[in-house]
Design a protein. Structure first.
Length: 96
């Protein structure tokens, strides 16, 4: 038997403003959020310490400044996984 996630939070980032909470839910709704993300090839990050904090943010609200660094690290990781983010090290030419 698969255990349902306790809760899930979806963030959207447009590159102009702080990421925004676009979906959140508990139990079966959390499971549906994860299924939709998987079907759309959206990277999923599980963090048992961050999730309860994000779960307190209202839908449509941008994340608070206190979370910018941790969310930026997660977004960078997700962009690298998806191939959408080019690492600055790719442009450095090494002398042989």
């Amino acid at each position: 038997m698969n255990k349902l996630p306790k809760f899930a939070i979806a963030l959207e980032y447009d590159g102009k403003q702080a990421p925004q909470v676009t979906a959140r839910g508990h139990d079966e709704i959390a499971n549906q959020i994860l299924k939709l993300a998987q079907a759309a090839n959206v990277p999923i990050h599980m963090d048992k310490d961050l999730a309860p904090v994000l779960d307190q943010i209202d839908l449509g609200t941008h994340i608070p400044e206190a979370l910018y660094v941790v969310i930026a690290e997660i977004l960078t990781f997700a962009y690298r996984l998806s191939g959408k983010h080019k690492d600055f090290m790719d442009d450095i030419k090494m002398d042989s």
